[in-house]
Design a protein around this ligand. Structure first.
Ligand SMILES: Cc1cc2nc3c(=O)[nH]c(=O)nc-3n(C[C@H](O)[C@H](O)[C@H](O)COP(=O)(O)OP(=O)(O)OC[C@H]3O[C@@H](n4cnc5c(N)ncnc54)[C@H](O)[C@@H]3O)c2cc1C
Length: 474
């Protein structure tokens, strides 16, 4: 659903908060915190010093509910159930969702509400990655509608205080029909198998595959694109370029999410070909995402960064572990191949930390930027230590940490207190539109949600401290 950003509403939001210099209280928190070079997560008061008690209470309630796996199961059943598709039951379920899970994990139902959430977050020293909560598109009409949403996101980010929004998030699967992305990925994979296979539509790009990349998805030589598919590809290119152009004018980086390997080659192709056009002068506008749970992640990263360097293209990457583990394993198994994902969780941790260290060195010594998107405390600690060792300037445009909105707040505030830029990935949009996103996130992060004991413990500790302080006044 497209939405309009009302100038009036945005003006009101701005006026109510921008009179006060941003992060005033954050900066005055403590000089000692800001000068810390390590990640300190022990002091709950320091971590949550700028978070309201109301917010902490809600977070605590949601965290405790999410820690009970059967509650997550029940919530997911309710979100998917036909019982709630219409009538009074639907109203009750929607209203419950709106006030609980939705309020905790999403920025708001429209631009004005998202704007308010962004400003509230910014008052606590954090930035926002603005994610318009759409899922896959299957035809040009759906893609055009989604594009309007992404373009309005750029308008919204421009209307807010500078640097309160760090990135506009793009899902390529929302602006290029899914079936076409699958066809393009097949064709790109076949060209990797047979370099003499000509793809007349292919523009300049960076390497998408490494020698170790899985190609089993494409068993037979695919047919070339039909004239209809070529024209759909042209439309998808135009959508992407329109969005990049708008981001360039607003100087707002566009961060492209990674998805499953069936379509990821085409996503990387679109990302890199637009990065070649728009990333200039040490100012990446288009950022790609590398999923480090994939066995070929490091090799691809090396090839891509090397090629970008040779072409003089400053690249921006977001590093994640990856969120499609069970789909990937099942798909590989159906072809009779081993999973493309690391065999053990420890291998995935090592891969994330290794890629993170590699990119920190790259950005410390040259152009390019890096987003470390993780809730993993150990990875956070290692990256902070490495950034410190390399002297990568804190609070600059080169390194950003990120967590999902509503998750791992202790880590976010700890990193921010250590002087780094930290963003929350904030989906927004009408509840019904964002519902598939919530279901997907709940399924993907089931383990993470249940295991977020550290956040629960720290939130409880801070609430207890505030209660004690209040009682001591009487
Ligand atoms: C800001 C942000 C943006 C994101 N964008 C994307 C995106 O574009 N694309 C995407 O795919 N994901 C994305 N994610 C989700 C991310 O990939 C992870 O699913 C999620 O963050 C959990 O990983 P973690 O680094 O937080 O680590 P942890 O909290 O340590 O979680 C580790 C998780 O890794 C999984 N895992 C990975 N490899 C293995 C293995 N070999 N064996 C067992 N378990 C394994 C398990 O599910 C485990 O729960 C994003 C996350 C954030 C915070």
């Amino acid at each position: 659903m497209a939405f309009r950003v009302s100038r009036g509403i945005l003006k009101n939001i701005r006026c109510s908060t921008t009179m006060r210099p941003l992060n005033t209280c954050h900066r005055s928190l403590s000089a000692a915190i800001m000068s810390s070079s390590t990640l300190s997560l022990e002091d709950a008061e320091q971590l949550f010093g700028l978070v309201s008690t109301k917010q902490l209470l809600r977070s605590s309630a949601i965290q405790h509910a999410m820690a009970v796996e059967s509650m997550v199961d029940l919530g997911m059943w309710a979100m998917k159930s036909k019982v709630f598709e219409s009538g009074m039951m639907k109203d009750v379920m929607m209203s419950t969702m709106r006030q609980t899970v939705y309020a905790h994990f999403c920025g708001g139902e429209d631009a004005a509400a998202a704007g308010r959430s962004i400003l509230a977050l910014n008052d606590t020293g954090l930035r926002s990655m603005l994610a318009y909560g759409v899922e896959d598109a299957h035809d040009n009409e759906g893609c055009d509608k989604n594009l309007q949403g992404f373009l309005h996101n750029v308008d919204l980010s421009k209307s807010l205080p500078p640097s309160s929004v760090s990135f506009v998030i793009l899902k390529i699967t929302a602006i290029c029909p899914m079936a076409l992305l699958e066809r393009l990925s097949d064709l790109l994979r076949w060209q990797k198998k047979d370099p003499s296979f000509v793809l007349p539509w292919k523009q300049d790009s960076l390497p998408i595959f490494a020698e170790s990349s899985p190609l089993y998805h494409t068993q037979n030589r695919p047919e070339p694109l039909t004239p209809g598919e070529e024209s759909d590809l042209e439309l998808a290119n135009q959508r992407l370029l329109e969005l990049c152009q708008k981001c360039e004018e607003a100087n707002m980086p566009l961060l492209v999410d990674a998805e499953h390997t069936t379509v990821q080659p085409a996503i990387d192709y679109f990302t890199y070909s637009s990065a070649i056009k728009y990333n200039k002068d040490n100012n990446p506008i288009v950022f790609g995402t590398i999923q480090t749970y994939l066995k070929d992640a490091k090799e691809r990263l090396l090839l891509t960064t090397e090629a970008a360097q040779k072409m003089g293209v400053p690249m921006g990457f977001k590093l994640v572990r990856g969120a499609y583990m069970s789909t990937e394993s099942k798909l590989a198994q159906s072809f009779g191949f081993a999973s493309p994902i690391h065999n053990t969780i420890q291998d995935t941790h090592n891969s994330f930390n290794d890629c993170s260290s590699f990119l920190l060195q790259k950005v410390a010594n040259g152009p390019g930027s890096l987003v470390l998107a993780t809730h993993n405390i150990e990875s956070g600690k290692l990256a902070v230590a490495k950034a410190h060792e390399l002297g990568v300037e804190k609070v600059n445009q080169k390194v950003e940490f990120a967590q999902l909105y509503g998750m791992s707040d202790a880590l976010s505030y700890g990193l921010s207190n250590a002087g780094f830029q930290v963003s929350k990935y904030m989906p927004f949009g009408p509840l019904e539109m964002v519902m598939p996103y919530l279901i997907r996130r709940a399924e993907e992060n089931r383990g993470v949600l249940a295991a977020s004991g550290f956040d629960r413990q720290m939130t409880r500790k801070e609430l207890g401290r505030r209660l004690k302080a209040l009682c001591s006044k009487f």
